[in-house]
Design a protein around this ligand. Sequence first.
Ligand code: ATP
Ligand code: MG
Length: 356
Amino acid sequence: MSDDTKPIPPGSTIGILGGGQLGRMFSAVALRMGYKTVIYSDVDNAPAFETASESIVADYKDEDKLKDFAEKCDVITLEFENIPIETLEFLSEADVLVRPNADVLRIAQYRVEEKKFFDANKIPTAEWQHVRNIDELAEISKLNGILKLARNGYDGKGQFTVSPDNPLPDFQEDAIFEERINFEQEISVIIARTASGSLHYYEPIHNIHKFHILHSSTPAQINQTASDRAIEIAKKVAVSLNLIGMVAVEMFLCENDEIYVNEIAPRPHNSGHWTMDGANICQFELLLRTICNLPIPKLYITQRVTMINLLGDDVHKWGHYLDQEDEKIYIYGKTEIRANRKMGHANIITPLPPKS
Ligand code: ATP
Ligand code: MG
């Protein structure tokens, strides 16, 4: 067995780049399983600090701090896509496993590379073009679609509807213009790939967005053909990335079970929070088992769960969920409430009927 596939046992230390809610929940699971965690974030008071064994607040390019971080950790992962590529490259030179690696991030954090990756690997995606300013956009003949800035997008930020009836957005940076897909459902598949190449995934998840922000997620009730196709695509993404870690593949499911990939995120994903109450192994534990080379049994749904995001002031509704028998809340400990900011989520549980 090569070193890269040797189990990293409880008692070891996992480093996490990024300090948001995904790091917070990952770290809580890691602590439950006897691991220590070190969060590295460039912001003070990050939500993940509260569940971590140790935190480092420093610039992502601070080489001394990164060296310290690498020395403390047996394996490093990330919970946030916009970590500079140089940071991952620097850490990879140190004597520590970095999962996922810099090449994966290079694709996921830049929409132009991401679309090229889909095209090169024959992964179906909306037609697109690379544009750098309003003049290049104006030259496109079929101006009906969505302009997405190529970097730093999340929750629909940096996106503009383009149609002949609207004035064109003025911009001066890398962007993609893509056709609007007339989908029946938005779905995602969360899949992990280990160092030895085995693949582990949940069934497709149905996601409902409101105003471009994820509102709710639950295991999708779609036909077998659509489900198989979505899983095949997710496998292709993970294998083509040569991934060690986890990737969430966001897709549009259209008429005739046609599927287009929207985008990928090489980390745990908001659409996977239902697994915390609805699967035998939750997505955070799946990531931990993956990067630590631990056994991964078959994943299955234990009870039907619908996850609802608590955005902005919704977080004040926590009492409403606690009044119900089968509802659970997760609050991320963010001190500042902003409109549409992800403050927490609720998992609404409906027990599955007994097996006959
Ligand atoms: P997030 O971080 O929440 O995943 P994001 O800012 O990275 O979002 P996208 O996932 O690209 O952005 O888009 C957000 C939402 O906008 C999608 O989930 C979908 O509802 C809608 N959308 C994006 N692209 C298209 C498209 N080509 N056709 C139709 N709807 C789209
Ligand atoms: Mg998205």
